[in-house]
Design a protein around this ligand. Structure first.
Ligand code: DGI
Ligand code: FE
Ligand code: FE
Length: 187
């Protein structure tokens, strides 16, 4: 699918703010894909559609999680997590994207999981460091991203977990599993 067509489709599902974020993720993901020698096309399409389901009503997302027999633990954790797996499902069903690599990158872009591929990691990190992000610690991760990709990823996951802990929020188990897998891989 051409970039212009993909952007036109996703735009109708997003706010202006979220569309600008999406463009930032797309540009960042393409840069990271080049730096890490993987397909920029898959990174481009996964980035464009990563937040496709961000504005679906919670009731609709909940129904999809149940009907499609997705991980039932999702329902006990923050509903912010839901747009990622639901997005992967809807992008396949409504947009017709069949590429498993792209769909998995969308599916795991919020929580992460144990066996993240390089494309999954690129979308996760691009979502975190795109130029529109301004939270504490992001600049350090941004700088590290082109020096040591894995180190930047660990910093990003660590910051996210720390952010949830400080807010007394539960952390989805896959996020810890992702964090552990990155640290154990380093050795
Ligand atoms: O959709 P975006 O705002 O672009 O970013 P995202 O898909 O990474 O999701 C945003 C939020 O999800 C992030 O601010 C933290 C929140 N969140 C809630 N519970 C969890 C969680 N993130 C992770 N990784 N794990 C959780 O358990
Ligand atoms: Fe998201
Ligand atoms: Fe996002």
């Amino acid at each position: 699918m051409e970039r212009s067509e993909a952007l036109e489709i996703v735009k109708a599902h997003l706010t202006e703010h979220r569309y600008i974020h999406t463009i930032g993720v797309m540009e960042t993901a393409i840069e990271l894909a080049k730096e890490n020698n993987i397909s920029t096309k898959k990174a481009e399409i996964a980035a464009i559609f990563h937040d496709y389901a961000k504005f679906r009503p919670k009731s609709e997302m909940k129904k999809i999680i149940m009907d499609q027999k997705m991980d039932p633990r999702l329902l006990h954790f923050n509903s912010e997590l839901w747009h990622a797996p639901v997005g992967a499902y809807l992008v396949e069903k409504e947009v017709g994207i069949k590429d498993r690599d792209i769909l998995n990158a969308i599916k795991y872009h919020t929580s992460g999981y144990e066996k993240m591929t390089l494309l999954d990691k690129i979308i996760y990190l691009a979502d975190y460091i795109e130029p529109g992000r301004h939270f504490p610690g992001v600049e350090e991760v941004r700088e590290m991203s082109s020096v040591d990709f894995d180190k930047a990823l660990i910093m990003a996951v660590k910051n996210t977990i720390g952010f949830l802990l400080r807010k007394n929020q539960p952390v989805f188990p896959d996020t810890f599993v992702f964090y552990n897998s990155l640290l154990l891989m380093e050795k």
